[in-house]
Design a protein around this ligand. Structure first.
Ligand code: UDP
Length: 383
């Protein structure tokens, strides 16, 4: 059986550790932070008792039956539906764009068919396929809705105009011609009763798995292992010697209040004149709990500097070119496989991370059995 190092104790690393540990391998997991679960980390606030999502709101959602069945083996998920509100131009609306949003914004009483016809009428049709976020939005919903809900928020979130961003980012959000205000179109949705860190802790809880917190794994240590799985930043593996891949980071400004401060888990602030992007009130992520106090976080987005925590990969043309350099070098690294959001520099949700980690573990078993080399990537980061 192999001696394996896993870099990163987030969902990627923990699922891999669980799978490979169950398969009988000896595993060391390394994380630079003092806790497991990466950016999904949750902790109970000492003052209010509220379960805090330490690195911003994480709502688990998936349509992947295998992932949903798998993750619930490690902790109970409570029903939760993310119903986001958005403030723009001094009014509150429902997100994602749905019939209530459209009717309230336009001041109409459209039926689904009428709203669809309205979108067809206001949508700006260019000559070809929409080439970027802005063109995609203008094509879909026209200028007024785009300006109210997307233009300012996106400029704040990404630090650049929507015309500079790929259309794929907008495609994360559905537009609905009915009154369904569920932010996600996934079949399953929920939040772990005891938080994400409890789930990750259980994933890592095997006699053959040793977790080294507050410990940076370096490339020089790889020689001591049969294989390394790296879910840390791919550029950092090479000491960022060709430059740093660009990320957005987030600053959270905490406020403590009593009672119910904003009446909802998440409220987006779409106007460019408001500096934060959203405010989340974390006790509303656990509606099964009761707390007299409440904690809210104002969320500000900015460019990630070297000392900051990377959140959203920017992935524009320049970043992709730099990524291609690191990927080609990574392919030459013997016995190292990169995975996860940071390892592949992709904007992926928790359920995708888990599905891919399961796939990586499966592939490792298959290649071992066939005495073939394990690939550097199971998902192509450039694809
Ligand atoms: N977005 C927006 N206005 C909103 C919410 C989202 O313009 O009120 C855009 C923004 O560019 C964002 C993208 O849609 O980056 C995807 O939103 P999502 O809620 O999926 O972002 P996340 O929760 O991952 O930060």
């Amino acid at each position: 059986m192999a001696h394996i190092a896993i870099v990163g104790a987030g969902f990627s690393g923990a699922v891999l550790a669980q799978e490979l540990g169950q398969a009988g391998h000896q595993i060391d997991v390394f994380d630079t932070r003092a806790h497991v679960a990466g950016n999904c980390h949750t902790e109970r606030d000492a003052d209010s008792g509220v379960m805090l999502h330490a690195y911003g709101p994480h709502i688990f959602h998936t349509s992947n039956q295998r992932v949903w069945d798998y993750i619930r083996r490690f902790g109970e998920f409570m029903p939760f539906v993310n119903r986001v509100k958005a403030i723009t131009g001094g009014r509150v609306y429902s997100l994602p764009l749905n019939l209530l949003t459209i009717n309230q914004f336009v001041g109409a009483t459209f039926s689904p068919a009428q709203a669809e016809a309205y979108f067809a009428q206001v949508g700006e049709r260019g000559s070809g396929e929409p080439a970027n976020f802005e063109e995609q939005a203008l094509h879909l919903m026209g200028r007024d809705l785009y300006a109210a809900f997307f233009e300012g928020y996106t400029a704040k979130q990404w630090g650049m105009p929507a015309a500079a961003l790929p259309a794929s980012i907008l495609k994360r959000l559905p537009v609905r011609f009915n009154y369904d205000d569920n932010y996600y179109a996934s079949q399953y949705q929920g939040i772990p009763r005891e938080g994400y860190t409890a789930i990750v802790t259980r994933l890592l809880d095997l006699p053959s798995v040793t977790v080294h917190l507050g410990t940076r794994f370096t490339r020089a240590l790889a020689a001591g292992y049969d294989h390394v799985f790296c879910s840390g930043p791919i550029d950092a593996w090479f000491g960022c010697d060709e430059g740093r891949l660009g990320y957005r980071t987030l600053d959270f400004v905490r406020e403590d209040h009593v009672g119910d401060h904003q009446g909802n888990a998440v409220i987006n602030y779409c106007d460019l004149s408001v500096p934060w992007t959203r405010i989340s009130e974390h006790k509303h992520f656990a509606p099964w709990e009761q707390h007299a106090g409440t904690v809210v976080f104002k969320e500000y987005s900015r460019l990630c500097e070297e000392v900051d925590i990377p959140y959203y990969p920017i992935r524009l043309v320049a970043e992709k070119a730099l990524l291609a350099h690191y990927v080609s070098r990574a392919r030459l690294e013997p016995n190292v496989t990169f995975l996860g959001r940071l390892g592949t520099y992709r904007y992926i949700d928790m359920h995708v991370t888990i599905a891919e980690a399961l796939e990586v573990a499966q592939r490792y078993g298959d290649t071992q059995a066939a005495r073939k080399p394990m690939p550097s990537f199971v998902v192509d980061p450039l694809g």
